[in-house]
Design a protein. Structure first.
Length: 306
């Protein structure tokens, strides 16, 4: 009897981790710290000092909790759609009831609100607005043509602006990085629409492939992919990004391959592969930030310059 209860509890924990997408949250936490160390923190500040910064720790913690709560409310509203698009994951997620998900969602948001006061009142306002935007996106904006894609990409980038506001470093290089990341995330959102077209149509989601068809959606994705050349040009030719220029050159090569595969794709498995290519670019980009200047880890010397 005890063994059965323990197994049931473990399954519920695994289910909740699936709902909050623990892997994605961990990557965002890592990305925030790496961005702070190599891009956003003031000059001459050592990596260890940044890691031990209590306010930064609180911002990262609150960001991760906010993102986790966002996944919960998004899963809550998408439960019917996921039965069609992700049947296996949906069965796992359903081990936790909708009522329990809401309870956890409100509890986590209360913790976020409380912890934000340890940073500043501005942090309270920022994360309160972030929580509201995530809810509004999940409840309304996600079903609106184009707006849903733009909002999803914007919300994914927003945690980095919390650190940007904390350090008050507004270099143009930072916005070039953010633009490249935003475009990758926007393309990924549109690939997800192609991947989930059946569930979107069945549940009335107004996505580009659901309304205008797959061919038109591919044209938009192609245009967005080609536009990544603009921020890459500025990052490689105008600004100084150290050895990270290797990442941007390789990314462009991968994106050319991505476009070739895009126009040959016509099934869910094909689009899933494209989704994974973009995920690889985003995640590898996080680790490649270290290439900007590895000496920062020891000497605290900044690299980004005009």
């Amino acid at each position: 009897m005890i063994r059965r209860q323990t197994k049931h509890l473990l399954l519920k924990i695994v289910s909740m981790l699936s709902v909050v997408r623990g892997y994605n949250v961990a990557i965002i936490v890592l990305a925030q710290y790496i961005s702070a160390i190599f891009i956003l923190a003031p000059e001459k500040k050592r990596a260890l000092d940044i890691i031990l910064d209590f306010n930064l720790f609180m911002i990262v913690l609150v960001s991760s909790l906010t993102i986790a709560s966002g996944y919960i409310i998004n899963n809550f509203y998408d439960s019917k759609k996921d039965l069609i698009n992700r049947p296996n994951k949906s069965q796992l997620d359903r081990l936790v009831s909708q009522k329990t998900k809401l309870r956890v969602y409100f509890t986590v948001n209360f913790i976020v609100f409380f912890l934000s006061f340890f940073v500043s009142f501005r942090a309270v306002l920022f994360f309160s607005a972030y929580i509201f935007l995530i809810w509004f996106y999940s409840h309304k904006l996600k079903k609106i043509l184009v707006v849903g894609n733009l909002t999803a990409a914007f919300l994914a980038v927003l945690p980095f602006f919390a650190i940007l506001l904390y350090y008050k470093t507004f270099y143009p290089q930072i916005f070039s990085h953010a633009t490249f990341l935003f475009l990758l995330l926007l393309i990924r959102e549109m690939i997800k629409d192609l991947e989930n077209i059946k569930g979107d149509i069945a549940n009335g989601y107004q996505t580009i492939p659901a309304v205008y068809g797959e061919q038109f959606s591919k044209k938009i994705i192609t245009l967005l992919t080609l536009s990544t050349v603009v921020p890459v040009y500025f990052l490689v030719e105008v600004f100084e990004v150290g050895y990270m220029d290797i990442y941007f050159y390789v990314s462009l090569i991968i994106l050319i391959f991505f476009l070739q595969k895009l126009w040959k794709s016509n099934s869910k498995p094909d689009y899933l592969k494209l989704h994974n290519i973009l995920k690889f670019l985003v995640v590898s980009g996080v680790f490649c930030i270290i290439l900007i200047n590895p000496e920062v880890l020891v000497h605290g010397k900044r690299l980004l310059r005009f």
